[in-house]
Design a protein around this ligand. Sequence first.
Ligand SMILES: N[C@@H](CCC(=O)N[C@@H](CS)C(=O)NCC(=O)O)C(=O)O
Length: 204
Amino acid sequence: MKLFFSPASPFVRKVMVCAIERGIDGQIEKLGSAAHPINQDASIKAHNPTGKVPTLVTDDGTAIYDSRVICEFLDSIGGAPGLFPASGAERWKALVLQSAADEMLDAALLARYETVARPEALRWADWHKGQITKIHTTVKAYSDEWIGHLESRLDIGTVAAGVSLGYLDFRFPDIGWRDGNARLAAWYQGFAERPSMKATLPVG
Ligand SMILES: N[C@@H](CCC(=O)N[C@@H](CS)C(=O)NCC(=O)O)C(=O)O
């Protein structure tokens, strides 16, 4: 299978962490791509109408996106323990934590595009501030509501949350997410040592 890839994308990183955790990353061929909200990549759009990464194309040519669906697809391959609990409260907890992390990343990406893609004359400071607020409130939710889950499980929610904090270190090094969140910071320090996280450090 082939994956439209970007070494800086946190959503791609989440997919690759899942693949490594499940021992199937060797089955993925990475395709260079240039996803961008304005200058869209036609090679991705041939498979995914939004032109975003990650987009996976299976060996029979089926396109699979977005990252949530790709991660669940990868969970259906191979024999290693899955990252998606099959049913019940455990499943919904894991999926909601994944959504919290993904939505925090959406806010982080929108804040970043505001400075790297939008012309200065069209920027709106309050809108940017709103996205940054979402980052802080999600980090607080990790600390206050999810820390027990993070410390006790390895599932798709844990992976997504870890990757989202890694993205803050990569693109928002001054945001100070560790301030007042010592227990979360300690959890992340251990999580970041996983071989899957070390093998997928963002570049860009
Ligand atoms: N919901 C999507 C989000 C993917 C996403 O936003 N990817 C970014 C790169 S990190 C992208 O392709 N941006 C280009 C664009 O916005 O058109 C997912 O989970 O895969």
